[in-house]
Design a protein around this ligand. Structure first.
Ligand SMILES: [Zn+2]
Length: 68
């Protein structure tokens, strides 16, 4: 069973050991997007990374989710 742990820019909405869904979270203003994104959970020690621009404050936020 793999597990995704958000480091920055995301909150985990759901995960089942192989897939996870997360919501974008702006670390600048704390805004959490209502829609979820589903991706595979990275293997232990690897990171899932992505970027988004916050709709509320315009912050360019990096998403990092660590696989465990
Ligand atoms: Zn923001």
């Amino acid at each position: 069973m793999k597990r995704g742990t958000p480091i920055s820019g995301a909150v985990i909405a759901n995960q089942n050991g192989s897939q996870m869904s997360y919501k974008n979270k702006c670390e600048m203003c704390g805004n959490i997007n209502t829609s979820t994104n589903s991706v595979g959970i990275p293997i232990k020690g690897n990171k899932y990374t992505n970027n988004f621009r916050c709709m509320k404050c315009g912050n360019q936020q990096r998403i990092v989710i660590m696989g465990e």
